[in-house]
Design a protein around this ligand. Structure first.
Ligand code: PRX
Length: 663
């Protein structure tokens, strides 16, 4: 390290607050801190500013209808179409500009640019095809697709005809697909025959068919994108299976009038993990959600039409829905979409793409940044990254070291970083600095966005003092919020509201949303999110339910009982630790371990694969028989253990500790 670099590192190391670069502030979409006060004074009318970013067919009568909390309605009486907002309205001015720059993983394959004109055409053709298959308004269409352009095309085609989509992450298992299709009563599926991963052509169709086999109701049609061409397995399609390209060709030049949707009509469903084993179908609506993602894309990601903006998430998760597809396209910008992994063919792939496309904003996850850090700064240094104007992170807490590495080695100390806290349920960002306004503090997401009433409270709902740990709550509704859990209003109230609300009240002030995150707040009102306080863990920014993993392990032959916790991991953030008791007559051996790992992969997918399987004769339990998960977490983290005297079986602890330490 040269002396200069060493000095720089030392300075960065000590610095705990960073001002937004003047050059950025000068051009920022939002640069006046008066916005916080204005939004507070004008609440809820302040959210007209978000709705104003959209084209409405019918103007709304009321910004917020809070007559029946927590079933809030936003922009009531208004109607609009999401696909018209993401496509049609840009055609005059931006028809020839790129809407999507798609980069396939094989580096020798041609990338594909979809101009707004081209995207509009294909969305119309596919919308016409879906209609012909019988898809009607409000029919849920499931998508089980990798990162190929046909995924956003299918989403927008559904939005055009008023059919909500439910995208299932392609890395999830066949079982996971079946559960989600069944829960949504979905009779249509769009899928692909495969995708490329680290140079290999991976089959996706066998898994799709296996999943379909597990759906109890009849699935009328399956559309298959031929991603692999000659590398594919050459399946013969059944009657109800159709190739995407043939359908689109049959509808060449078709024009489908966008269906007028009520602001509160469902735009999509997204399944996510919760406390119990069953995934929850989070319902998002057309008016509120689209306003929210458009406004936050503009205010936080500083998106402008002439930008080339890149969010490296997968569209199978909420981040991709909100910030690859809907937010950026509603604003008429260019959204980059990459199929593969950051280390193929080399560890500089992301920087190569930033360089080639002159990417202006990069939005990624802390887990990726920690991997880049581990690989070393020589990879970004091989490329010109000077086109970057803003950096963002999402999905999990970012440690100050990773933040500073990102700031220096990717942003060249001239890009603000937005650390954005939000969830599948919130639809879009909730807590983050405004990049053209606020001081940044590495490790802390920042203050709640203007108009967002987020607080850190104790168990009674009272705000905690600065520096103390508590629970994050959101005390006022917001347009992007989930409206309910699909066909399960009761669970919606139980999971998100019951904890801090007076559930008998009709007064919105008595209703408080609980995201199930722990947090602390400092004297400037900056929130540091500490992580989930429920049975959800966050592996590489992917949200997984420990209960779901446990039930998949208990389903393995020879397993008597299992407890799953998250242990900290220097790249993934958290990793899955599974403590397993085997039944009599079964050996605690490699074969058993493999079957457990396979059981988890089959039920959920490889992302949930346990990092460690620890066999134990007993699990630490309280006298009332509850598993002491906190203790199992401490053991996974090799931390000093707290009081074990309340345990029914304290002796087991040392035993387990030795097994984890010894592995
Ligand atoms: O624990 C919080 C964490 O991710 C959870 C939400 O996961 P999901 O619904 O999959 O959405 C991820 C993408 C928005 C939250 O409850 N989380 C998300 N962003 C942050 C975060 N934790 C700390 N800092 C963040 N910026």
């Amino acid at each position: 390290m040269s002396e200069d670099t060493a000095e720089l590192e030392a300075r960065l190391e000590e610095q705990d607050a960073f001002e937004p670069p003047a050059e950025f502030v000068e051009q920022a979409n939002v640069s006046d801190d008066a916005i916080y006060e204005e939004f507070e004074e004008e609440w809820p009318e302040c959210w007209e500013r978000a709705a104003d970013l959209l084209d409405w067919e019918e103007e709304y009568d009321e910004v917020l209808d809070a007559s029946d909390p927590p079933f809030y309605e936003w922009f009531t009486g208004g109607s609009l179409n999401a696909s018209a907002n993401c496509l049609d309205r840009h055609l005059d001015e931006r028809g020839d500009e790129a809407a999507i720059e798609w980069v396939g993983e094989p580096s020798d394959e041609e990338n594909v640019t979809y101009t707004y004109e081209e995207l509009h055409r294909e969305v119309n053709e596919f919308a016409a095809a879906l209609r012909d298959l019988g898809v009607g308004e409000d029919d849920v269409v499931t998508m089980y697709m990798p990162m190929i352009p046909e995924l956003p095309i299918a989403m927008l085609a559904c939005a055009r005809i008023g059919a909500p989509h439910s995208v299932v992450f392609a890395g999830f298992s066949a079982d996971a697909l079946a559960t989600r299709m069944e829960s949504a009563d979905s009779e249509y599926l769009v899928t692909a025959n495969g995708y490329y991963r680290r140079g290999d052509a991976l089959d996706h169709f066998e898994k799709t068919r296996e999943g379909l086999g597990g759906v109890d109701h009849e699935v009328s049609d399956v559309v298959v994108v031929d991603r692999l061409g000659d590398d594919g397995h050459g399946y013969d399609l059944e009657d109800e299976e159709h190739y995407y390209a043939a359908l689109v060709a049959d509808h060449e030049g078709a024009a489908v009038e966008p269906v007028s949707r009520d602001a509160e009509d469902m735009l999509f469903l997204m399944y996510t993990s919760g406390t119990t084993g069953k995934p929850k179908g989070v319902k998002h609506t057309t008016g509120g959600y689209l306003s929210w993602v458009s406004w936050t894309s503009q205010a936080v990601l500083d998106v402008k039409p002439e930008d080339t903006y890149w969010c490296s998430a997968d569209i199978g998760w909420i981040t991709g829905h909100s910030y690859i597809v809907y937010g950026p396209l509603a604003l008429g910008t260019t959204s980059v979409m990459y199929e593969g992994t950051p280390d193929h063919p080399e560890r500089d792939r992301l920087w190569d793409i930033v360089d080639e496309y002159d990417v202006t904003q990069l939005y990624t996850a802390p887990t990726a940044i920690r991997a880049f850090m581990k690989w070393g700064s020589q990879y970004p240094e091989q490329h010109d990254l000077s086109s970057l104007r803003l950096l963002g992170t999402v999905g999990e807490p970012i440690n100050p070291r990773a933040w500073k590495w990102y700031y220096k080695h990717i942003g060249d100390e001239s890009c603000p970083i937005v650390d954005t806290w939000w969830q599948t349920e919130t639809g879009g960002m909730m807590v983050t600095t405004l990049p053209g306004v606020s001081t940044m503090k590495p490790g802390s997401a920042g203050p709640p966005l203007p108009g967002v009433d987020a607080r850190v409270v104790d168990t009674t709902g009272e705000e905690v003092d600065a520096g103390r740990a508590g629970y994050l709550t959101v005390n006022k509704p917001w347009p992007g919020m989930l409206r309910t859990l699909y066909k399960n209003d009761e669970r919606f109230i139980d999971e998100y509201w019951a904890e801090y609300s007076d559930t008998d009240s009709d007064d919105m002030d008595d209703w408080v949303y609980f995201p199930e995150d722990g947090a602390k707040i400092d004297e400037d009102g900056y929130v540091t999110v500490l992580g989930r306080v429920d049975d959800v863990i966050n592996v590489s920014g992917h949200r997984l339910g420990t209960m779901e993993i446990e039930s998949s392990i208990v389903g393995v032959e020879g397993v008597a009982e299992a407890a799953v916790v998250g242990g900290s991991h220097d790249v993934k953030g958290e990793a899955v630790y599974a403590y397993v008791i085997t039944e009599d007559g079964y050996d605690e051996d490699e074969e058993m371990r493999d079957r457990i790992v396979q059981g988890v992969e089959d039920a959920i997918g490889p992302i949930a694969r346990p990092e460690q399987v620890i066999f134990t004769p007993e699990l630490p339990k309280t006298r009332s028989g509850k598993i002491m998960r906190r203790l199992l977490e401490d053991i996974a983290n090799e931390e000093e253990l707290g009081n074990t005297s309340t345990l029914r079986n304290p002796d087991v602890v040392e035993d387990i500790q030795q097994k984890v330490g010894g592995d």
